[in-house]
Design a protein around this ligand. Sequence first.
Ligand SMILES: [Fe+2]
Ligand SMILES: [Fe+2]
Length: 299
Amino acid sequence: MTIALDGRQLLMQRLEDLRRIPTIPAVLTPLLRYLEQPVEKLDVQKLTDFLAQDESLAAQCLQLANSPLFGRWQQVQSLRAAVISLGFNQVGDIAMSCGILKILPGRNGGLDPVIFWEHSLGCALVARHLANKIDFEDPGKAYLAGLLHDVGIIVNLWLLPDEFRAAYDIATHEGIPLHEAEQQSMGFTHCDSGRLLAERWGFAPSLIEVVAHHHSPQESSPATELIALVHIADLLCRMSGLNHGYVEARQVNFLSDAGFSLLARNHASLKHFDWARLTFEVGSYLDEVHSLVRTIYRS
Ligand SMILES: [Fe+2]
Ligand SMILES: [Fe+2]
């Protein structure tokens, strides 16, 4: 069923009330700006002080910092130790990851926030993993783009919980991708609502494009490697258990995927890419992401 055009317009109008969505914690904006400086200008104590301003953010960051997902096999006891051992950029990634957690609403739109966060974190890790494999210039950016790609779902959960729940029910019953169910029942997707929020929050243009086109890299202009990386990371996560809480009833052929073709054009090494191996590597993140997210979310 497709809703009438005026229904779509009414829903789109409700999206304009973006002020109702809590902003990312106040500490994160100056922190991320601080981290944009050349690394030689950064100071361990200053970064530690930034994080310490928000007690729960600091505690969550420490939990994440102690996870093998961030390469830690020895426990760190303090934020300062985490900054020293993980490095400035990884700590920025971790802070942003925990910041997203703070803006999730309760379970009012059908999709469990824990599952949403697992998918976002999984996508961030897989996008960074893939970025490193193809020597993408900025793996940290791939991580951030993976983390934020579905921010439109947060918008829909906050502003259109009943309509989003209906779309989510269709998606779970029919086993179709969430954006297809949203399009079918609301007339637009989380890519559209995400773009509104990304623009409102002043995301970098490259990130806005990821939010708007991660399900349709071929429609973005220009189609960037960053969008393709996140598109593939999203697909891999959806097919491997870091999904939106249900199994999609379809097979994906990565070799004929639009995002993969885009990357393969510039990276000859991908022509013989071992997808089975990558899928296996993604699978190794599963248990760690599940247990980490549940620990942090419930603490
Ligand atoms: Fe999405
Ligand atoms: Fe996604």
